[in-house]
Design a protein around this ligand. Structure first.
Ligand code: GTB
Length: 216
């Protein structure tokens, strides 16, 4: 198969913190040892017909390999995990449980974390800011507590590290540096284990290099 090409921000608003959604895709590709090319796109380019032919919503990331063109970071990570060994268990039930955690990360854990980011970014001057932030953080605290119960003393969610852990850790990284994450030692350590993986480090360095280059 030809080398895949992904798209990423030419200038990421996360300032090299590896929080934009190309990060999960880069990380998955690094985990399975698949070399890849990156096409950097500006906000303006993302909204042009050429990019929209790959991504109907005019966003990043996208993934192209031969005739296959995908958008949605979860679908892309799942595709990478399904087409290479290393990110999903071989057996049927265990494999599906790992896939389940990709969905759990994106649809059960992430939404409230994104709400927190939006409140911090856009609602600081609003009269409801403190109340709304506290209420969202309570909901996050509850989710993290539930996740910690499931993790218990395990390193990863379903035995070996999987694409489910990759997506869950990436989602939780948006809480990096927050009190709500620091307060949950089990989840904090889980995120740190994910970030310590050599594949994560390589992916992080690659996206940081884009930011540093854009700055220079
Ligand atoms: N559900 C899609 C997926 O998972 O692929 C969502 C894709 C998406 O939201 N892409 C964003 C985008 O292209 C970039 S990552 N936005 C441009 C637009 O919609 O016009 C989202 C993102 C950006 C910045 C931070 N940050 O600074 O922390 C975090 C996440």
């Amino acid at each position: 198969m030809p080398q895949p090409t992904i798209t990423a921000f030419a200038q990421s608003p996360d300032r090299g913190r590896g929080l934009a959604r190309d990060m999960a895709v880069r990380w998955a590709l690094e985990e399975v040892g698949q070399p890849y090319a990156v096409r950097l796109v500006s906000f303006e380019e993302m909204k042009q017909p050429d990019h929209r032919s790959r991504h109907p919503f005019g966003q990043i990331p996208t993934y192209e390999q031969g005739d296959l063109a995908l958008f949605e970071s979860g679908a892309i990570v799942l595709h990478i995990a399904q087409s290479h060994p290393g990110l999903l268990p071989e057996g049927g039930d265990a494999r599906m449980r790992a896939v389940m955690w990709i969905f759990a990360a994106l649809s059960t854990v992430e939404p409230v974390i994104v709400q927190r980011s939006e409140v911090l970014l856009f609602e600081r001057e609003r009269p409801w800011y403190e109340t709304r932030r506290a209420s969202i953080e309570q909901r996050i605290e509850a989710r993290l507590a539930e996740l910690a119960v499931r993790l218990g003393t395990s390193e990863w969610l379903e035995g070996e590290f999987s694409a489910g852990d990759l997506m869950m850790v990436q989602v939780l990284r948006r809480l990096g540096g927050s009190d709500v994450l620091a307060a949950n030692e089990t989840v904090l350590a889980y995120v740190a284990r994910g970030e310590a993986r050599p594949a994560f480090q390589r992916a992080f360095a690659a996206q940081l290099a884009v930011f540093e280059q854009a700055k220079a």
